[in-house]
Structure formats: C-alpha cells, structure tokens
Design a protein around this ligand. Sequence first.
Ligand code: Q9C
Ligand code: ZN
Length: 492
Amino acid sequence: MASGSALIFDEEMSRYKLLWKEDRESAIATAVPERLTVSYEALKTHGVTQRCKQLPVRQATEQEILLAHSEEYLEAVKQTPKMSVEELMAFSKQYSDVYFHQNIYHCAKLAVGATLQLVESVMKREVRNGMALVRPPGHHSQRSAANGFCVFNNVAIAALHAKKNYNLNRVLIVDWDIHHGQGVQYCFEEDPSVLYFSWHRYENQTFWPNLPESDYTSVGKGKGRGFNINLPWNKVGMTNSEYLAAFFHVLLPVAYEFDPELVLVSAGFDSAIGDPEGEMCAIPEIFAHLTQLLMPLAAGKMCVVLEGGYNLTSLAQSVCQTVQTLLGDPAPRLSGLTAACERKVLLVQVCAEETEEECVNRLSLCLREGESFTAGFMHAVLSLILPLAYEFNPCLVLGVFRDSGAKTHLTPVWGHLTSLLQGLAGGQMLTVLQGYDKDLLEVTVSALSGAPVPPLGPLGAPKPADVQMMEKQRQRLQKRWSLVQECWGLLR
Ligand code: Q9C
Ligand code: ZN
C-alpha cells in the first residue's frame, strides 16, 4: 500500500518577474516570485519538508505540452526567451492579465513537469499523495492563449497525461482557487471522464474573467453534460461555513457518485482571508478540512497543485495546512460555523437575484439534469451527519457501529464515515463496535489509523424522497442542537 506524501518544488520557478510598470487595474504585479519561496520557507519552518518525500522537478516535453495546447501557441511561447523587454511587453499584450519574461518559458515547462512528476509518483504508488509548488499557475491558460498569469495548463495536462498513460476513466479536478479556471472548463467540457468543479468570485459577472460561462448554468456539453460544476459566489466575504456547505451539499455528493480514480486539486489560496484578489473570509485552516474531505476519494490518490494566492502570509499558512493534512496530521478544530452549512443558505449566495425557492429549484435542477445526486446512505453522511457535526463542533467523536449480523454492504461506507469524521474534534475519535466481523474491524482500524479507504464504486442516485426527508431531518435536528447549546450556556 502506498504511503507518504511527495513535495515537489524548485527554486528555479521563482526566477521570473514583471519587468515593466503596469497600471494597477490588471493586478499582474501581484504574481510575485516570493509567492513560491515564502510557501516553501513556511513548510521548512514547520518541519514539514523533511517529513515529505522531496522529488526533483523535470521539464515537460513538447509532446506533453501539446496534450492541451496548439503547436502555434507552443511555437510562439518558445520565442519568448530571446525577446527584448519591449518585445515581451508587446507579446504579453495580446493576452489578458499575463506577463512574459525571458525565463518564464523555462519555468512553465518546469511547472508542467513538476505536476507530471507528482501524478506519476502517485499513480505508481511511490507515495500516497502530494503537492507540487509551481509557478506559473495553469488553470486560466487555454489551447492557444496565455491568460490570468498562466502559460501552460498544468492541471489539465496532468489529467490528460493520467488518462493516457494510466488508462484512467475518471479523474476529478477540484478547483478551490477563487478565480474560475475557464481553461480547465474549456478543455474538458465535452469529456465525461473528467469531472471539473470550480467555485469562484463572480458577483454576477462583474468580476474577472467576467464570463457568462462561469455561471452555474454551464454544466458541460454533449457527452460531458453533468460533468462540469460551477459554483459562482455573488458576494465577497464568504466564510468557512459557506466553503464547507459547498463541499457537503454540492461537490462531495457528486464526487462520491462519480467515484474518481485520481483527484487533482487546482489549489489556489486566493480563496483565503486577506487575499487582495478574492476578498473572502475563510481562514487558512479551512484548507486542512477541504483536503481531509477529499482524501477518502480515489483510495487517497490526491495531487495538489498550486495555482493562485497573493497574500503571502495567508498563502504560506494555507500551504502548510494543506501539506500537513496530506501527511495525516489532524485538521485543527474550526469554531463559529453557522447554519450557513445549510443547503438553502448556500444557494442564496449563489443565486443572488432570485427568491430562495426559485434558486433551490434551479440549482438542483442543473445538478439533477447532470445526474449528480448520490445514493441514499452517503447522502445521509454528507448532507446530514457532517454538516450537523461540524456545526456542533465536538471535542470528541464517539462512533458506535452495530453490525446487524446479516452481511451488509455498509462496511465500506462505515470506513468512509470514519475517515470523514476525523476532520472533527482535532481528529480525536473513539469507535465502539457492537458485534463485528473481520472486514468491519479491518476497515475501522485502518480508517482510524489514517490509511486510505477502498472506493465505494460508482453510486447511483438516491430517491428524491430520501433527499427531501434528509433535508427535513437535518433542519429539525439543527434546531434541537441549538437548544442544547443554549442550555449549556445557561448552566455555565
Ligand atoms: N482585479 C490566478 O489566480 N486579474 N490568476 C484580475 C481583477 C487577473 C489570477 C483583475 C487575476 C488572475 C492563477
Ligand atoms: Zn486565482
């Protein structure tokens, strides 16, 4: 069984920068070299680097770059190392929000290469998971265009490479950067073998890149219909609660139903508090939880690849949280989570100009058309148990599982539940098995020890009636628990 986490980094990727003055509007000046060095230094300071398997970067081959880009575009970028500053400026101007430098082509090849090294070591089971600290980022770049600080689409190339070289049928890309990875969307829009999820600051299309196709109505095309999920934020200031609600109610049910063989994360940390681009309020610790919630998928095969993140403090802390969680450290407890963990509240953030009911109907329609609801039991885990538990914020989790005696298919589900619940109470969990067989004991012990859980296999959709019932149940319980908390308040 694969164990350990890879960390891929090379200082060389910090060796390009903006060479001219820009008007502050474009904000390209925020894409500084220090983003990378500060992140790596923070990992070193926290003793994280030596706990990881550090892999060397390599340059991507032309063939690999051509998986996602046109020959004309590659040829054009290839000319940039010889250009004068004036020429680089003129070259940059044909694209939106990006600058070129004599060394950026070299760095872009290393960024793709580093991402592929990571995918290869995970797919060959040399490590369980890992992170690539790369620059330039990738998710905005398109077949024949640089865009939004990105030159080559690192994660898109990684997905195509994994599909081709390891015969994968299902790759999940989670894009938690605060910008829409339109380049990734364009690449896989018609491809049902790659499920792309992105949340992003949108503000009814007034935020960059101002595209109508970043809205939640873009669900994929043709065979790929249902395999593209956009979650646009129409306000700034989103918190831990909204981020978790998005995972519990939108991403995770679909991800479990999809049953990926590999999880790639477009990990931009401009979605964290203090970022000048994102202007959101979720704290760096949230990334420990987002990571933890994705780790049970694909038997733990998870590759995290840096995208954006422009507040150096918040970026460095977020990177640490992510890598520490990949290594198996317990995620820190989050406090102050609100009822925003509720589905309805989330939907209102997404659909600003509609009534709540219109909004619920529209979004669940989009999802349902895309066949994106999971089976009953995992649905209960994801949209009932986890939101309530996170809101309750326990300091200990006690799992009691009773084996009915009859051979059930619930054993693997219990393994997943055990894994997911470890995001609570700083990972302090006790489990009581009342009557068990060998399988149940094995699954429980291995999940508790942080080993990857075997995938559940693709799940069917739960009955709409079950979904409704769960929603009711959750609201009922939520009320009771706030009552319990009030009583405790009075006793104190
Ligand atoms: N104030 C990444 O995070 N500038 N790219 C937007 C709006 C472009 C961000 C200007 C931001 C690109 C990888
Ligand atoms: Zn971004």
